[in-house]
Design a binder for this molecule. Structure first.
Ligand code: GLV
Ligand code: GLV
Length: 337
């Protein structure tokens, strides 16, 4: 019998080796650049040679790219839970599955949201800067007064896996939990998390900390615009570990510089890797560079999930974590026209 060649998987950017372990020996890899995202040309070149693609959250996988890539790719498996970078409808029309890595990213993102909340709430960044600048004059009764989490209200926007994981953690700190989502939790879940569903306006007006855990969609783009930010309680804190464009960054910078908001702690930006210059000027902004999933363990599990999606489709099955549903998926390997 003729020996079948291994299927080819294009990984658009080098990932930790641990993330590729489950596919080792089962596929031939084409691996993109190490230190920067793949260019448009590199993406196109890889897509044309591959049966499956593992894409990064900052690769724009749009209709034009998918159409220009030819008939070979069966699945685009994003190495991320967020998939706003993929035109998943165009992919479905072309018979290409799109998939993500939910579950893998939940704990590390929820941990980071808590870290940001604690760091910004307790003013760790600005107070450390003072100390390093030689301005620590000893303990002082009125200095660096921050936010006590116990008894404070946390408003969670988007109550999927990550939002719920944040609620669990915040409850352990004694926070009161409010949430806003399209689909309410079951009464049982609400009771377990001690979470109260509110409309957006009420949540914004009553929360001491607001944290974002919704996906970026046309409905959530600029969900927190100038008018929504103005509805937030004076002195409140905003935490964003979801996607930058959920917040109008210019309006946020304004709300921070005017002193309406007490602080913001951001992991994501509207035009990554650019950061709005006015945010950089706001001393009450804590700004970190998209670290939500950056633990090696998380990145390894994300790889397991991404390759579970890839291997299932290459095997003629549905991916375990689809984000679209092609009505006519491309056929088995070797049948491309
Ligand atoms: C990270 O931002 C992710 O979507 O996994
Ligand atoms: C969204 O997919 C989440 O995991 O919260």
């Amino acid at each position: 019998m003729e020996q079948r060649e291994l299927p080819t998987v294009f990984i658009t950017r080098a990932v930790p080796e641990e993330a590729m372990a489950t596919a080792a020996g089962k596929v031939r890899f084409i691996i993109g650049p190490d230190e920067r995202p793949a260019t448009r040309e590199e993406l196109l070149d890889g897509f044309r040679q591959a049966d499956a693609v593992v894409s990064m959250l900052n690769d724009p996988i749009d209709r034009a790219l998918l159409e220009a890539a030819g008939p070979r790719v069966r699945v685009v498996a994003n190495y991320a839970v967020g998939f706003n970078n993929i035109d998943f409808q165009a992919a479905a029309e072309l018979g290409i599955w799109a998939a993500n890595t939910p579950e893998a990213t939940t704990d590390s993102t929820a941990d980071l949201a808590m870290a940001l909340m604690l760091a910004a709430g307790r003013r760790l960044d600005e107070s450390q800067a003072e100390l390093r600048a030689g301005r620590f004059g000893g303990w002082a009764p009125k200095a660096h007064l921050g936010l006590l989490l116990r008894g404070a209200q946390l408003g969670i926007i988007g109550m999927g896996r990550i939002g719920q994981a944040v609620a669990q953690r915040a409850r352990a700190f004694g926070m009161r939990i409010a949430y806003f989502t399209r689909t309410p939790l079951t009464a049982e879940k609400e009771a377990e998390l001690g979470a109260v569903r509110m409309d957006l306006r009420t949540l914004l007006a009553t929360s001491d900390v607001v944290t974002l855990h919704c996906p970026l969609t046309p409905q959530t783009r600029h969900l927190l615009d100038a008018s929504a930010l103005a509805q937030m309680k004076k002195g409140a804190l905003l935490v964003n570990t979801s996607r930058g464009p959920v917040v109008d960054e210019a309006a946020l910078a304004q709300a921070l510089l005017s002193g309406h908001l007490g602080g913001a702690a951001l992991d994501v930006y509207e035009n990554e890797p650019k950061v709005h210059p006015d945010l950089l000027k706001a001393p009450n902004a804590l700004l970190v560079p998209h670290l939500g999933t950056s633990t090696l363990r998380t990145r390894a599990i994300m790889g397991e999930k991404a390759f579970a999606n890839v291997l299932a489709v290459l095997d003629g099955r549905e991916p375990p974590y689809p984000v679209n549903r092609p009505p006519h998926p491309r056929g088995p390997l070797g049948t491309e026209s």
